[in-house]
Design a protein around this ligand. Structure first.
Ligand code: UDP
Length: 366
């Protein structure tokens, strides 16, 4: 199969690309490197079934060309990370809604299956844990920036489902619950890479709020298995699936666990939400998925527990340090759009994907 991954140079996208290549598929990635990094896919460049384009998805003729070449699309490109969302709400809303709209419009013409990656954030302030896919979404006020992310992704979900119901474009939505693993950056707020880096640096581990809020962390390898499994089954079309672990931990306990596993003497400090994010910031207190639906659909269950997950992230950061490389977590934000790409067939039917993916790409470590 030929797969297109939007946002394929991101943390999850790059792991997905690896898994698809390992299964013998061809993979094309489009990414504007706004939150992704060329380093995430650097090791895939030499692969003869892999090609990538660095460009915005809003380049409609290019996107149409890429969708044309693909048998199915994993749509992972999105503005993510609570810090980014709070700081750049216009960018968040526009990126998330426009890119999805355009992709679905293009995919509809060719009837290519699209998997839309959504987020557990859409459950908002709901307290009905574990969250079920058919449960209510409880959003906060529009004056509180955080909820713009949840609303923009909820619109993406509505759109995806509407394209199936009204236009028979095969779509499926997955709601990801705190996916974590090697290559995830802490730059946009994600807690585990931040705590691990703080612990390894001997710097204070910053617990936001009182640390009683909890999360269920899922290893990216488990998430990728869920994405490919859901893509593979026809019965998933028009459906929404939670993808997450039910191994719940409070953020304060997480800080202690990471300090212990890294053998760190970092102190644990509490930072008010108003200082960490913005005045009137509202957090989600608990985020626990019901995974009954995906278990029934494809027999999926997470296989990697929290300690193994943390060990893999700690090892990644230790390796990066001993290699003397900057981790992706240390990199400065990229400019939003870099127009340097073209599709793998260069617009000519039957042409081979250009190795030029690398040549077309500014190869500058960021
Ligand atoms: N968090 C924290 N310290 C940090 C970064 C995040 O205490 O340095 C908290 C954050 O406020 C939230 C939890 O950790 O309660 C998970 O945050 P993340 O941004 O990783 O995911 P999300 O809030 O989207 O679940």
């Amino acid at each position: 199969m030929n797969y297109l991954i939007t946002g394929g140079a991101g943390f999850i996208g790059s792991h997905l690309a690896e898994a698809l290549l390992a299964d013998g598929h061809r993979v094309m990635v489009i990414d504007n490197l706004s939150t992704g990094s060329i380093r995430n896919i650097a090791h895939l460049r030499g692969h003869d079934r892999f090609a990538y384009v660095i460009d915005t998805m809003m380049n409609a003729p290019l996107l149409a060309e890429l969708v044309d070449e693909a048998d199915a699309v994993f749509h992972l490109a999105a503005a993510v990370g609570v810090c980014l969302i709070v700081e750049s709400p216009v960018h968040t809303i526009e990126t998330n809604i426009r890119c999805t709209e355009l992709l679905l419009e293009i995919a509809e013409k060719k009837k290519k299956k699209v998997l839309v990656a959504s987020t557990s954030e859409v459950y908002g302030k709901s307290t009905s844990v574990p969250f079920r896919e058919d449960g209510d979404l409880v959003m906060g006020a529009t004056t509180r920036g955080r909820w713009s992310y949840a609303c923009s992704k909820a619109i993406d979900e509505f759109l995806a489902i509407a394209y199936w119901r009204e236009r028979r474009l095969p779509t499926v939505v997955v709601r990801l619950f705190n996916t974590v693993g090697p290559r995830q950056t802490g730059q946009y707020g994600m807690v585990i890479p931040r705590f691990v880096q703080q612990a390894l640096d001997g710097k204070p581990i910053t617990v936001f709020g009182d640390g009683t809020q909890s999360r269920c962390f899922t290893h990216v390898a488990d998430t990728v298995r869920a994405l490919t499994g859901i893509m593979d089954v026809d019965s998933s079309v028009g459906q929404v699936f939670n993808v997450g672990s039910s191994d719940e931990i409070t953020i304060l306990d997480l800080a202690h666990r990471i300090r212990e596993l890294t053998d760190s003497s970092s102190e644990i400090v509490f930072v008010p939400y108003a200082v960490a994010y913005e005045e009137n910031f509202e957090d989600m207190q608990r985020r626990v998925p019901s995974t009954e639906k995906i278990q029934q659909a494809i027999g999926w269950r997470p296989q990697i527990g929290l300690d193994a997950l943390l060990a893999s992230v700690i090892q990644y950061h230790r390796d990066v340090r001993s290699d003397g490389r900057a981790s992706t977590a240390d990199m400065a934000p990229r400019p939003a759009l870099i127009h340097a790409g073209r599709p793998w067939n260069g617009g000519r039917a039957g042409a081979h994907p250009p190795r030029a993916s690398a040549e077309l790409t500014p190869d500058v470590p960021r």
